[in-house]
Design a protein around this ligand. Structure first.
Ligand code: NAD
Length: 517
């Protein structure tokens, strides 16, 4: 065991979560299959091997599909509040296991322990939300134009939901989908990121226990593991009516085409390029806290991370100075040590992307304001720790137009009216999260109006990251258009049926059409 693992109780956490050195990566509940390619999971925190997971072969996948298909026939007949009761128990189990699961998230993914706990809290919150929803799932009633007729709509379970998730939220994104899908009467098959497979094993162990305690069939929650080729098994499978995919825009474009080719539905949660607009009426202290947390939290590896700060020229120098001073305070190191603000990137590829972005912004004419670099030496042995950097740049630089999944913040200047800042904020292909810092009501409302931000999320006087589960989460344009979590996001997990009932002895046709025999 490494020093990190023993100091921070990782071994105990793994044991509590039922994680072994070698884990079968395909499961329908209490049944396991293990005939695919082995994935080794290394911690970005200290570079240690945490455990191995056997990936899913085509034969394993077939077993999973059969179990899921059978389970759906039973699960869809359970009353929705009863399905909610199972989700309630799952939420309670997560409450019990919050600390070990939060620790595993931190150790396998690299985010801070606090953020790991926060991620598990999000799972608990969505379970609570789903339990209440299980007594609703309401459709509308309408008045029929025909006498003695009644019309209403109802929502039925959809079937098997395929979930493909990214490394950066290795447990919460699954729960956002499953808690809703389960109360809707669907069964789920999850392929976690190949970079965080042990988080997937831990979650499946937790839900499998709950399903077993309730004597429910194999297949309500299934796990498969592997790289994109395993994801493709689901995107190309006609038996899966909905594929919910979270990840890069590149991945989303491939998944969307594969699912659309068989006329399935996809729910896409893809990359962002999020900006905060800072107007002359902004509270600078709040702005700095929001911008720094948004840019360096999770080492810039949130889909909602702040990538661009669009500052009015009248306060540009003041903001710049305060930002540079704040970056000097940042402590970079082991994310399990709560004294540190910034943990590692996920792997060597992510480090290379970060370094390339800094080179590119300079090559395009930008100026480095807070210098980056890869950290070496004691505590940084994994090679994944980098310094958060700030570059002064222009919105139309190619690199600024791209999402670099790392702590690189671009400082951009706007002049004149707010509409110029909004045009810059909207002038990218992504449309996930956006924010404005202002104490001016007119500016805030302009930003939120139809002429304002074109993103799925638009905030006033808070940063771009840190959404609550009560609202629908997702983004527009190349972010994919999907919505998950709160509000009426549940509707995508169900099929809608319009029912018209005639309680007379006549058969009048709609639109007054006559057809007499
Ligand atoms: P990624 O696109 O590399 O991988 C995501 C998942 O897709 C993985 O499980 C991967 O195996 C799978 N995959 C890749 N190609 C596939 C294919 N052709 N068919 C089926 N599955 C395929 O993304 P990542 O590096 O893990 O995550 C970072 C990205 O995710 C960032 O762009 C980030 O913004 C985005 N993200 C978006 C949200 C959101 O809600 N909008 C949330 C989290 C992460």
């Amino acid at each position: 065991m490494t020093n990190t693992a023993s100091t921070f109780g990782i071994h105990e956490a793994l044991k509590t979560l039922g994680i072994q050195d070698k884990n079968p990566g395909t499961s329908t509940g209490s049944q396991f299959f293990a005939s695919g390619t082995v994935i080794s999971s290394y911690s970005p925190v200290d570079g240690a091997l945490i455990g191995k997971v056997t990936g899913t072969s085509a034969a394993d996948y077939d077993q999973v599909m059969q179990a899921a298909g059978k389970a759906f026939l039973e699960w869809r007949q359970k009353p929705a509040p009863l399905r909610g009761e199972v989700v309630r128990q799952f939420g309670n189990k997560l409450r019990e296991l919050k600390e070990p699961l939060g620790k595993l998230v931190s150790y396998e993914m690299g985010k801070s322990y606090q953020e790991g706990l926060g991620e598990v809290q999000e799972m608990i919150d969505i379970c609570d939300f789903a339990v209440g929803l299980s007594r609703q799932l309401h459709g509308l009633t309408m008045h029929s134009e025909r006498p003695g007729h009644r019309m209403y709509e109802q929502y039925h379970p959809l079937g098997i939901v395929g979930i493909i998730s990214a490394f950066n939220f290795p447990v919460a994104v699954w729960a956002w989908n499953t808690a809703l899908a389960w109360i809707c009467g669907d069964v789920c098959i999850w392929k976690p990121s190949e970079k965080t497979p042990l988080c997937g094993i831990a979650c499946q162990n937790i839900i499998a226990g709950v399903l077993k305690d309730n004597d429910l069939p194999e297949g309500i929650s299934c796990l498969i593991n592997g790289d994109y080729t395993v994801g493709e098994m689901m995107t190309q499978d006609q038996r899966i009516p909905l594929v919910s995919a979270t990840g890069s825009i590149r991945m989303g474009k491939i998944v969307a085409q594969a699912v659309a080719a068989r006329l399935g539905k996809s729910l896409l949660e893809l990359g962002g390029n999020n900006a905060i607009i800072v107007t002359p009426d902004a509270d600078i202290k709040m702005t700095i806290i929001g911008a720094v947390f948004g840019a360096v939290g999770t080492a810039g590896q949130r889909c909602t991370s702040t990538r661009r700060l669009i500052v009015h020229d009248s306060i540009y120098d003041q903001v710049k100075e305060a930002l540079v001073a704040a970056y000097q305070q940042l402590r970079i190191g082991n994310p399990l040590d709560e004294n540190n603000h910034v943990g590692p990137l996920i792997d060597a590829d992510a480090v290379a992307n970060y370094s390339n972005a800094l080179k590119k912004v300079v090559a395009e004419g930008g100026t480095i304001l807070v210098d980056g670099g890869v950290l070496k030496g004691e505590g940084y042995e994994s090679g994944c720790y980098v310094k958060p950097a700030i570059a002064e740049a222009k919105n139309d630089f190619e690199i600024v137009q791209h999402e670099t999944f790392a702590p690189v913040l671009y400082l951009l200047k706007y002049s004149g009216d707010l509409k110029n800042a909004i045009a810059m904020q909207n002038g990218v292909v992504q449309g996930l999260s956006s924010a404005i810092m202002t104490n001016n009501l007119r500016e805030a409302e302009q930003f939120l109006s139809a002429n304002g931000s074109d993103c799925g999320i638009a905030n006033v006087n808070i940063g771009t990251s840190g959404a609550e589960i009560g609202g629908a989460f997702g983004g527009e344009k190349e972010t994919g258009g999907g919505r998950e979590s709160g509000s009426d996001a549940w509707k995508i997990y169900m099929r809608r049926q319009t029912n018209t009932i005639n309680y007379t002895t006549d058969l009048p046709l709609a639109q007054g059409i006559k057809f007499d025999l």
